[in-house]
Design a protein around this ligand. Sequence first.
Ligand code: ZN
Length: 294
Amino acid sequence: MVADDIVLPFQIEASGLRGRLVRFGPLLDDILGRHAYPEPVAHLLAETVVLTALLASALKYEGVFTLQAKGDGPVRLVVADVTADGAVRAHAVFDEARLAEAEGSTTVPALMGRGHLAFTVDQGADTERYQGIVDLSGETLWECAQHYFRQSEQLQAGLRSAVRLTPTGWRGGGIMLQRLPDPEKEVPTDREDDWRRSMVLLGSATDDELTEPQLAGEALLYRLFNEDGVRVFAPQPMRFSCRCSRERVTAMLSSLPRAEVESLAVDGRVEVDCEFCNTRYVFDEDQLAALYAA
Ligand SMILES: [Zn+2]
C-alpha cells in the first residue's frame, strides 16, 4: 500500500540540496468533508493545504504555522494552519453570488482577484512571529509562493504542487526544494549549476505524478532525481485535526463585553460555530450567566 497523508523529507546526494515531498489523500477529504464548498473553492483550499504543509515542513518551529491568502475576488480568504506535530485544518470564505464570475475556473486570479499571500509562525506568547508576505501574482498559490522565494534573500526555494478531485476523493501533492544561504561569499559555479539542474528536474514533475495514488512518494523522487542520487528520510505523518474546544470558545466569549454576547443570542441561546471544522458550541441562558458569574 502506498503511504498517504505524509511529508517525506529527502536530500539530493550529488548537491546536498534538501527537499520535501507532500502527498495527501484522506486528509483532504477529512478537511473538505467538513464543509460544503463549491468545487472551485474546494480546489483552491486543497491547494492551500498542500502549500501550507510544504512551507511549514521547511521550517523548524514549535507551535503553529499559518498560511492565508486574501483577495478581492469571489473567494475572499483561504487559510490553513499546521502544528509542529502534524495537525492540519483549513477553511475558506467566499461569496456564493460572485462565484459565477469565475466561470468554473480554479485559478488564483479568477477566484481571488488581487490580494496577498501571507504566512506566520506563532510559537506562543512572547515569541517572535516570522511573517512573509507577497502579492497574489500567479495562476496557482504555489506560483505565488515561488514568487516570494524569488524575492527572498534568506531562503531560496523552488516548489510545485497539484490537486485534483478523483472518483475516490481529493488528491494533492507537492515538492519543495530549498537552498540555504551559502556561508561563503562566492558561490562556486558548480553549486549554481546543481541548483538550476535540480529546479529543471523539479519542473518536469507532472500534475498527474504529483497526485497519483498508486505512485509512492519515494518512487516519484527516484524518477525525478535518481541520476544525482536521492536519499529519502522517514515520513512525517499528517492528519486533519481542529484545535477548537468548548473551553476555548468559553474563554473567547468571556473576553467580550456581556452586552455584546447577549446581543448575539437567539431565543436565549448563543451559538458559536468553529469556522475550521464546523463544530457548533451552544450556550443556553444558564451557561451564559455562569460565564459572567465566574
Ligand atoms: Zn474546530
